[in-house]
Design a protein around this ligand. Structure first.
Ligand code: G2I
Length: 454
């Protein structure tokens, strides 16, 4: 009798241990779950809500990427020509980075939310003002932005596949590529995205037109690294059945794909199922690198009456939250540890190497090289245990030296250069990653970083 009881207890204990092990392998927040396949999960943030403790509590707990909802737009950052204003954007960027979150920059060139002085400009003066804006803002935030929405919403809706008419478009068709070139020169370590809405259905003329532009940019060496699909869905604009096809077709052009402003109007099970479909479509596409929802609580949304987000007005998780988390935990393709970004003047293939380090982390590098210079993006990934800090060593070939760097402290600038985490990116949960980068002169081909934890 006594023996039987002990045996039952052991069985129960074993069962509990198995359950714990199962739940420990799945993330319990959106950000952690997305990170398990190398992706991020982000949200739009409004600076004036950073004093709302419910809002900030959810933000810090759930998300690992942030987009300023309005604070980095042209009217906010250059309200008077030549006078730049970053206070509200800085509040968001500093909050995000202080929490170890990354930042998407939204947006450098757009027909909307232009300050009055720009709305009234045209021709060469406007083109130059736009390029100066791109250069100034991207330079100010250089090294702090994961991806820029360089150009936003430049194509017309409807069946024409034409560019949207705007003062920027009237400066000449090449305004988009000029903006991308200026952004690359100003912030060479950031991914550069084209971002738009109504580009989710593969059969739509607008989707096809954006696709052709990206294809053309890739063929001609215009620097573009990613396409953002805003993905604002409701009953007039539902999640299309070919959504995954659209994501995959853009990715096949050699760019990353990001879902940049997701919201889906509705409620209950129907809304939850739509979120699940969108998340699963991204997870199925290797180069779909992350998802951002356009706000935290329904009451924070630009379409609040449609209750399109993952938390209700009180900050409670909705059914859509649960289906999103479960979908993120259901697996899917893993984002490659390194992605290649384009350069204006490529001189050879990008080199990517992964070498396991001695203690608990690995590092891989993605190089953008041109004649006489390079930008290296290094990805540091924790092994099967969490780490509290890391040191990466890069042995630069002779003649190469580092000119500037971001997201890591450096010792040395040639030969064996050591890189140490900074305050906000040393702690990495098991299997998660962070990136730092540096720019240099000479050639860094064949770079093989090693990583040590601690
Ligand atoms: O419209 C939804 C999004 C479509 N894609 C580009 C995004 O940048 C855009 O975001 C929205 C913001 O969510 C709104 O918050 O962009 C709107 C403006 O185009 C933003 O609305 C503006 C209001 O129009 C202004 O009256 C207000 O002063 O928000 C401003 C700040 O609250």
């Amino acid at each position: 009798m006594r023996a039987a009881l002990v045996s039952t207890l052991v069985t129960a204990t074993t069962g509990a241990a198995v359950l714990l092990a199962t739940s420990a392998s799945a993330g319990t927040t959106l950000g952690a779950s997305a990170a398990e396949s190398g992706r991020y999960f982000g949200t739009a943030v409004a600076a004036n809500k950073l004093s709302d403790s419910t809002y900030v509590g959810i933000l810090n707990r759930e998300f690992n990427m942030v987009t300023a909802e309005n604070e980095m737009k042209i009217d906010a950052t250059e309200p008077q020509q030549g006078q730049f204003s970053y206070a509200n954007a800085d509040r968001i960027v500093n909050h995000a980075r202080g929490q170890g979150m990354r930042v998407r920059g939204h947006t450098l060139a757009w027909h909307s939310q232009q300050p009055g002085w720009m709305q009234n400009m045209s021709g060469t003066a406007l083109r130059n003002a736009m390029l100066n804006h791109v250069t100034q803002v991207a330079t100010y935030y250089r090294g702090k932005i994961y991806a820029w929405d360089v150009v936003n919403e430049a194509f017309a809706d409807g069946s024409t596949g034409a560019r949207r008419d705007s003062n920027l478009q009237r400066t000449g068709d090449d305004w988009i590529e000029a903006a991308f070139r200026a952004a690359r020169a100003a912030d060479p370590g950031a991914k550069l995205c084209y971002n738009d809405y109504n580009t989710d259905d593969w059969t739509h003329a607008k989707t096809q037109a954006v696709y052709r532009m990206v294809q053309d940019f890739k063929q001609r060496g215009v620097p573009i690294d990613c396409v953002g699909l805003q993905s604002h869905f409701n009953s007039q604009s539902p999640v299309p059945s070919n959504y995954q096809t659209t994501l995959q077709n853009f990715a096949n052009l050699g760019v990353d794909v990001q879902i940049t402003e997701l919201d889906i109007e509705g409620s209950g099970t129907a809304q939850a199922q739509n979120y699940e479909r969108v998340v699963k479509a991204c997870l199925a596409v290797t180069r779909c690198t992350g998802i951002t929802v356009w706000g935290i609580r329904d009451t924070d949304s630009w379409r609040s009456s449609g209750t399109p987000l993952l938390f209700d007005g009180s900050g409670n998780k909705k059914a859509a939250y649960t289906s999103t988390l479960n979908a993120l935990n259901s697996g899917g393709s893993t984002v490659p540890t390194s992605t290649t970004t384009s350069t204006t003047e490529p001189t050879g293939p990008t080199t990517t190497t992964t070498i396991p380090g001695p203690g608990g982390c690995t590092a891989s590098v993605s190089l953008n090289s041109w004649n006489g210079g390079f930008v290296a993006t290094v990805k540091v990934t924790a092994g099967s245990s969490a780490i509290n800090g890391w040191t990466v060593t890069t042995n630069l070939p002779s003649g190469a030296s580092v000119t500037n760097a971001w997201n890591a402290d450096r010792s040395g600038n040639s030969g064996a250069v050591q890189w140490r985490n900074v305050s906000y990116n040393g702690r990495l949960a098991a299997g998660t990653s962070t990136e730092f980068g540096f720019q240099g002169t000479g050639s860094a081909s064949g770079l093989t970083p090693t990583c040590a934890a601690g």
